[in-house]
Design a protein. Sequence first.
Length: 132
Amino acid sequence: MRPIKFRAWIPKTTDGTSQMFYQKDQFLQSFLRRVNFLASAMEHDSYGEGKYELEQWTGSLDKNGKKIFENDVVFDKFGDMVVVKIEPIDFSDWEDCCAGYGFILRTHQKEDFRKNVEVIGNIHENPDLLTK
């Protein structure tokens, strides 16, 4: 089973900049406390929930060994630029035998990710990628 990892996009920090904050260890609760603190410090608010966007790691790596997170922009094996989304999956075909939550790219065999998929940015730090 893969480890569950997250990152958080905080659009406004105390110094007026934006920041992507990555979970460094396996302790999700301490990560969320730190993110809440960073997000709430901007407005001197005691609770930062809703002031950041939490994104989950898909469990896959791209061809450069970089972790693929939700809302990353990737080139798939067909050369198309795709935004990674984790959504409910309620279908099955000859390759997939279960339903639940997951992410879908036309390149969905694990070997294809390590050979062909490349993370080129994310929707927060690289919004210009979405206009191409």
